[in-house]
Design a protein around this ligand. Structure first.
Ligand code: GDP
Length: 175
């Protein structure tokens, strides 16, 4: 299972919450700092793969190229990928920087869950709007979009259950 998102979207915080540890993935003060792929073994069963954040405006061109090659190779060479969780900052929504990743996921038909992050920063109607906009823009099924907050814990259990469900269906298919 992989997790991807723009730099500073709250990926490290959400991964820590998802796997129930405080300091598993490093929460960075400096946007765009994590450049490598980290793997976390979950329940001795599967790896949760933390892909480096993308779209950091001040990242040098070489870093962007590095990200491009790293992610494209990871996605195209990986026949063991059950799915991916794409994180979208709820206040920002989809940005052009997400398009490259979404294009690869569509081409490769990788099952995708979308987690809106930092949902605690929005009020009730803001949350609804953010969820509806993402569903509409990408023509997603209702269950594919999960509103989450690493700070309040909202939506984290639902995301975890959906992640396990994807892993389960992948294991069944590939037995
Ligand atoms: P990453 O760069 O995507 O790994 O993001 P981090 O997890 O390092 O978080 C980036 C910033 O967003 C940090 O200042 C976090 O404290 C903040 N942040 C992360 N998750 C949440 C959240 O659920 N709610 C709020 N309000 N802030 C968050």
């Amino acid at each position: 299972m992989a997790v991807a998102g723009r730099s500073n979207c709250g990926k490290s915080s959400l991964i820590n919450k998802l796997v129930g540890r405080k300091k598993l993935a490093r929460v960075s003060q400096v946007p765009g700092k994590t450049r490598e792929i980290n793997f976390y073994l979950i329940n001795d069963r599967f790896f949760l793969t933390d892909l480096p954040g993308y779209g950091f405006a001040r990242a040098p061109e070489a870093a962007r190229k590095h990200w491009h090659v790293l992610i494209e190779n990871f996605l195209t060479d990986n026949t063991d990928l059950a799915g991916i969780i794409v994180l979208i900052d709820a206040r920002r929504g989809l940005l052009t920087q997400d398009e490259q990743l979404l294009g690869w996921l569509a081409d490769l038909q990788i099952p995708t869950l979308f987690a809106l992050t930092k949902i605690d920063k929005l009020n009730r109607s803001g949350r609804k709007k953010a969820e509806a906009a993402l569903r509409k823009d990408l023509d997603l099924h209702e269950d594919q979009v999960i509103a989450t907050s690493a700070h309040s814990g909202d939506g984290v259990d639902t995301l975890r259950e959906s992640m396990f469900a994807l892993v389960d269906s992948f294991s069944t298919e590939t037995v």
